[in-house]
Ligand binder design. Structure first.
Ligand SMILES: [Zn+2]
Length: 381
């Protein structure tokens, strides 16, 4: 599992357990320095050294956590097991010692990710040098990346057509996409997916940002129809009512992901169809499986997963290495959200005047590699 996936797993679990986004971001900013957010991480990579640190927050000695996990029947290498340990510490006032704030209050705090990252290092991690502002920068990174995500759907630019997500429940054969047991026209092909109105609705949502290219009430059993252009797709909503008054958008209008575009009214279901062709041309293949229509469930799931990989917008960050033991001491780096670039010579000297100095050690530099950031220039360590 990659660093971002692990971070998202921790984010989803702890926010679902009542931690604020700011407190989880602060935790992740610290974990990034402690373990590169790798659950099965031994201190200095000395595997099995029970007197050293272990895990996402580097519990020390390792036995403190591992013995607890084993006695609770948990797999100690597991990310969620380690989250459960944190919850146990919150419930039992362990590990976090702050005269002004309990661990429980920390998990409910809406102070900034930077402030909470500093509180966490000072009162939970308690290293020899608690002055490590890089952890605050990292906390901000995770906060910005995940803050608009909702449970399970990541930072996706796509969503399900209802506020209730697709449940994965096996629907009646005739409601599935593809060849079914129900006779239709020239065969048994069903060109979309029927979302049952007893389960979903009534609000019907745009599955992603796009433009309205058709609205109307059509014959041939189509009923109310809205078609959105969401390149490379055209997405057709049909059969959800028999009236224009259940359609809340008009042709030419731009819509955003999750925008309410209509409502289920009187019909038994919303039929959702997705094609990469012109929708009117594709309609001539409504009863033939010739590739004109795609499985809407597959397309939505794929697009939701794809867009989760996209990086959030990140401001440019300049780093200066101030680690006297590092070969890179004094070097200046620009991080633009994707790429870490070493700046040298006059350009660096100029930028250096407005530089926000941060203390960043080599382990933290290497954690950028772990999240897939390409580095340019001399980056030996
Ligand atoms: Zn249908």
């Amino acid at each position: 599992m990659g660093q971002q996936e692990t971070a998202k797993q921790i984010w989803d679990y702890l926010t679902s357990r009542g931690w604020t986004k700011q407190s989880v971001a602060a935790l992740l900013g610290n974990m990034q320095s402690e373990s590169s957010i790798i659950a099965d991480r031994w201190e200095s990579d000395i595997v099995g050294n029970m007197s050293g640190g272990y895990g996402l927050v580097q519990w020390t000695p390792a036995t403190k956590y591992i013995d607890w996990a084993k006695s609770n029947g948990l797999v100690y290498q597991d990310v969620i097991s380690q989250c459960k340990r944190l919850e146990w510490e919150v419930a039992n006032s362990q590990q976090f010692y702050n005269p002004n704030m309990t661990f429980a209050a920390f998990t409910r705090s809406t102070q900034s990710p930077e402030e909470l990252a500093n509180i966490f290092i000072k009162y939970y991690e308690r290293p020899l040098n608690p002055n490590q502002p890089a952890r605050g920068i990292q906390a901000r990174y995770w906060y910005d990346l995940f803050q608009n995500s909702t449970g399970g759907s990541g930072v996706s630019s796509w969503t399900w057509p209802f506020t209730k997500p697709y449940t994965g429940v096996i629907y009646l054969d005739g409601q599935q996409f593809g060849n079914t047991s129900v006779k239709r026209g020239r065969g048994y092909f069903h060109d979309g997916f029927d979302f049952d109105s007893s389960v979903y609705g009534p609000d019907i949502l745009a599955v992603s940002g796009g433009e309205v290219i058709y609205t109307g009430v059509m014959g041939d059993g189509l009923g109310s129809v809205i078609v959105l252009s969401i390149p490379p797709y055209q997405v057709m909503y049909q059969e959800f009512s028999q009236s224009m008054s259940d359609i809340f958008v008009s042709v030419g209008q731009k819509v955003t992901k999750g925008q309410r575009i209509g409502q289920l009214n009187g019909g038994t279901h919303l039929h959702l169809g997705i094609t990469q062709k012109n929708w009117r041309a594709a309609l001539s293949s409504w009863d033939v499986d010739d590739g004109s229509w795609l499985n809407p469930i597959d397309v939505i799931q794929k697009e939701m997963n794809n867009s989760q990989e996209e990086k959030g917008e990140i401001e440019m960050i300049l780093y200066k290495v101030t680690d006297s033991k590092s070969k890179m001491n004094g070097s200046i780096w620009l991080f633009n959200g994707e790429q870490l670039t070493r700046l040298d010579g006059t350009s660096a000297a100029k930028l250096g005047q407005s530089l926000k100095n941060v203390d960043i050690n080599q382990a933290e530099m290497s954690s950028f590699k772990n999240i897939g950031i390409r580095t340019v220039g001399d980056f030996q360590y």
